[in-house]
Design a protein around this ligand. Structure first.
Ligand code: SF4
Ligand code: SF4
Length: 317
């Protein structure tokens, strides 16, 4: 798509946004893969429509406030990326654009509260636990808070799950790989059993886990809200903490894994760009990793019926 985006005005990601907008030929092949287009049936809620709206805002023909509702409704699932014959990296455009959107839009009080939570509470397990306790105590006063936060209060678990670290050494001497594991933030508080199960599965498959002290939230939450400075801070900490001499850096949350795949974009034009590329190459989802090393078959005592959620992020990273 031809455009007149003033690239230099948008800093290190200006060129990235410009090249992705240019790569879109407006063919519409991506529309059928987009869940928001399928649901809402509006061109402006499709990848093609959003790319056009982003171009208009970046060129200054529309205000950022005008395009905000359509970009906010984008799930960031990236189902549109494999459908695109022109190779538009929609995820790169979206992350870079959301940074500009946050800088240039006006925000309601409710949106400011959400941003505050994303920046200062959710990424920090200690603070998140305190917020959970506070939320549980104030649940009876839920009728006083806005509808969206009320839903969050209703979803709070009655009890916080016990969090304990279990050492899970490989079951035999023949270690097949050495990996580092992202603990995550929200998941580690709300569902710590997922990390425990991950460690057990890796141990059974003779994979050694290198401890990573001081690791933090991956930064995806902040990045996907356009809070790029906060995301960069968290990502920078992870670049410092995670070793590069492992076979893989594993995540068991597809959203975190895809967020970490965007580290090179986050550090484009900085002296940490190479570190971010190395990290990106090591970042792998647990299911992809187990598939590659050929997971040992489970020996179940009884037959079980399971449903598998084939996450869109893993398909696209
Ligand atoms: S990321 Fe997902 S929701 Fe957003 S435009 Fe692409 S397919 Fe649609
Ligand atoms: S499929 Fe690709 S080139 Fe075609 S409209 Fe969608 S994003 Fe643009």
């Amino acid at each position: 798509m031809q455009h007149q985006i003033p690239v230099e005005k948008y800093g290190s990601t200006g060129e990235i946004m410009s090249s992705q907008v240019k790569a879109c030929v407006h063919c519409g092949f991506c529309l059928a893969s987009c869940p928001t287009y399928q649901e809402l049936g509006e061109e402006m809620d499709s990848p093609r429509g959003r790319i056009y709206l982003m171009k208009e805002a970046l060129e200054g023909n529309s205000s950022f406030n005008q395009v905000a509702p359509y970009v906010d409704r984008c799930l960031g699932c990236l189902a549109c990326v494999p459908a695109c014959p022109s190779g538009v990296q929609y995820g790169e455009l979206l992350v870079a654009f959301r940074e500009q959107l946050e800088k240039n839009r006006s925000q309601t009080f409710h949106q400011k509260v959400i941003r505050f939570m994303v920046r200062h509470v959710l990424p920090f397990p200690g603070r998140f636990k305190l917020a959970l306790q506070l939320g549980r105590r104030t649940r009876p006063l839920g009728f006083l808070v806005p509808r969206q936060q009320r839903k969050m209060l209703e979803l709070l678990p009655e009890q916080e799950p016990a969090r304990r670290i279990e050492a899970s050494p490989p079951r035999s001497e023949a270690v097949r790989a050495r990996v580092a594991l992202l603990n995550g933030c929200v998941q580690d508080v709300l569902a710590p059993e997922i990390n425990r199960a991950t460690r057990r599965v890796l141990a059974v498959n003779n994979v050694g886990i290198v401890p990573v002290d001081g690791q933090s939230c991956c930064g995806a939450l902040a990045m996907h809200c356009g809070e790029t400075a906060s995301a960069r801070q968290l990502a920078s900490n992870n670049l410092n903490c995670f070793p590069a001499d492992v076979d893989a850096i594993l995540t068991n949350t597809a959203g975190c894994g895809s967020g970490m795949k965007e580290y090179p974009l986050l550090f484009a034009g900085t002296d940490r760009h190479t570190d971010a590329i190395v990290f990106n190459l090591l970042d792998q989802d647990i299911s992809t990793f187990l598939c590659l090393i050929e997971i040992k078959p489970l020996s179940l005592i009884t037959r079980v019926l399971v449903a598998y959620h084939d996450t869109c992020h893993v398909d696209n990273t």
